[in-house]
Design a protein around this ligand. Structure first.
Ligand code: FAD
Ligand code: NA0
Length: 461
């Protein structure tokens, strides 16, 4: 009994892939017979999965909270699934058969849930609960977390010894202003509110930005029948071979009614504008001294090993980096965080941690090409893997796959999702999907997983 009351308490904010990785890490320790702390995970949505839990809503949710989701219909993985595979739960184990390398959102959502559905992990999560504020009490050395139970409209406070921030950072739009935009007669929105290409059929669409959202939303709108797609870049164009109907132009300078003017002096009329201008790291529930302040980059400052807040390592952040690696990186981070919380990993002094971060920040500053970025994040993953018993995987091979992927996109942005890769976890070669991506307009799990079988069955009868 006494032992129970002395148990350390861990609070986790968010049950997206990062928060779920933390729950899984503790579950793995528990299954190995170790005593784990008391864990509570808070999730403001009604279900887990974070970004992968698609919401048709935009603006605010049914309880008036800002909608977290930025994903949309017809979203297919933008990198090979072999680059994000959990090394403790393979795609083979989940789907029981090889699948293609670029599954649609519902299929990856299903995969994320597979390994945790087997245990009672759901019991640790309080859904429809928003973390409203956090205070660190210097006297007790505990976090006082103010929570809103949205369902019954009740505010309460709980204390934790450790706090994990896994609230994501692709949810709060960075929305620039362009002169004359207030007079633009068509729809102007941020990628965060984009829910699918259908409204842009037969329209002339302007997209501002030159990163993943711009590329993917542009290609999707082209695929689903936009009349034209114009991508406007600030620093560098995406620079792939675009099909007829898609073009890249320099930065938008201003609007005159429905005419956009660009830096090179050209103009074009548009029906709608989508700002694919990135997101802000936003933690409205954290006070100044605990808040991570960073832009989207591969090594946010002040996080030792990319996880521990250097001024107060009992505060940990997961998944705050820009991401080549995703699910497997969150796992590697969560395992390290777990070992610290279970006294299996000792951290060096604050000054030593500072030196380590400086080394990484310096390397980060020197990066130039996308290949350099891949290598940097691969080195970071290797560094993490050496610190815990998260099952090792061949990071160099994954890095090669990322580079293949970058080349494939350069070669043909419309067909790269038809390529296949080999798993570093099981050695399984991916299947070719039954329909080429450009012709596949249905992204449901049922069609993705079963259409080929039912077609085969039909042919046999
Ligand atoms: P999230 O998935 O964002 O989850 C954070 C969770 O925290 C959410 O459930 C949220 O509701 C909860 N939360 C936030 N604030 C609070 C609060 N105050 N109180 C309680 N709960 C809170 N990655 C890939 O690997 N492949 C892809 O194809 C891919 N496509 C993407 C497409 C889009 C449009 C976007 C935006 C991202 C994409 N990503 C992709 C990256 C994606 O961010 C990661 O895969 C992953 O979802 C990050 O996990 P996370 O748990 O860190 O954050
Ligand atoms: P993201 O593309 O939403 O991906 C997030 C972009 O915005 C940069 O091109 C930047 O230009 C531009 N930008 C910012 N401010 C601007 C301004 N004032 N004027 C013009 N352009 C501006 O965001 P970022 O941060 O990558 O790029 C911002 C995440 O979502 C990614 O991690 C990605 O993995 C994920 N995602 C995945 C998919 C799929 O898997 C689809 C969409 C998004 P500059 O000048 O700074 O280069 C299918």
């Amino acid at each position: 009994k006494n032992n129970e009351t002395n148990k350390k308490r861990v609070g986790i904010i968010g049950s997206g892939p990062s928060g779920l990785a933390q729950l899984r890490a503790f579950e793995a320790a528990k299954n190995a017979g170790l005593e784990v702390p008391e864990i509570v995970c808070f999730e403001k949505q009604s279900n887990w999965g974070g970004m992968w839990n698609y919401s048709w809503r935009t603006g605010v949710g049914k309880y008036g909270e800002p909608i977290h989701g930025s994903m949309y219909k017809y979203l297919w993985s933008n990198g090979p699934k072999e680059c994000l595979e959990f090394s403790d739960y393979s795609f083979d184990e989940h789907f029981k058969k090889p699948i293609s390398s670029y599954p649609p959102r519902p299929v990856l959502f299903d995969y994320i849930q597979g390994r945790i559905k087997k245990n009672n992990v759901r019991d640790y999560i309080r859904f429809d609960t928003t973390v409203r504020w956090v205070n660190f009490n210097e006297d007790t050395q505990k976090f006082e977390v103010v929570l809103d139970d949205l369902k019954i409209d009740k505010t309460y406070t709980e204390e934790f010894d450790y706090l994990i921030v896994a609230s994501g950072h692709f949810s709060t739009p960075n929305m620039p202003y362009f002169k004359g935009i207030e007079q633009f007669p068509g729809q102007v929105m941020h990628a965060h509110d984009f829910r699918g290409a259908d409204p842009y059929k037969d329209q002339d669409l302007l997209i501002v930005g030159s990163s993943y959202s711009a590329e993917d939303i542009g290609v999707q709108c082209y695929k689903h029948g936009a009349k034209s797609v114009t991508l406007s870049y600030r620093s560098n164009p995406i620079g792939v071979n675009w099909p007829d109907g898609v073009a890249e132009v320099p930065l938008l300078t201003h609007f005159e009614n429905n005419i956009a003017h660009f830096k090179d002096g050209t103009t074009k009329r548009f029906d709608a504008v989508i700002m694919c201008t990135g997101y802000q790291h936003k933690f409205p529930f954290l006070p100044d001294e605990l808040r991570l302040k960073t832009k989207n980059n591969l090594y946010p400052n002040h996080l030792y090993k990319g996880v521990f807040f250097n001024n107060l390592p009992q505060l940990m952040y997961l998944g705050m980096q820009d991401q080549y690696y995703t699910f497997n990186m969150f796992d590697a981070q969560a395992w390290v965080a777990r070992d610290f919380m279970m006294n299996r990993l000792k951290l060096p002094s604050k000054a030593e941690r500072r030196l380590d971060m400086d080394k990484w920040l310096e390397a980060n500053d020197a990066l130039q090409t996308s290949f350099d970025h891949v290598d940097f994040q691969s080195d970071y993953i290797k560094d993490l893997l050496a610190l815990s018993d998260y099952p090792d995987f061949n990071v160099d091979k994954v890095a090669e796959m990322f580079k293949e992927w970058l080349k494939d996109k350069d070669e043909n942005i419309l067909t790269y999702r038809d390529k296949t890769f080999q798993s570093v976890v099981t050695g399984t070669m991916a299947e070719t999907h039954h329909t080429e991506w450009m012709d596949e307009l249905d992204d449901s799990k049922e069609r993705y997983l079963y259409q080929d079988e039912s077609e085969e069955a039909l042919e046999e009868t």
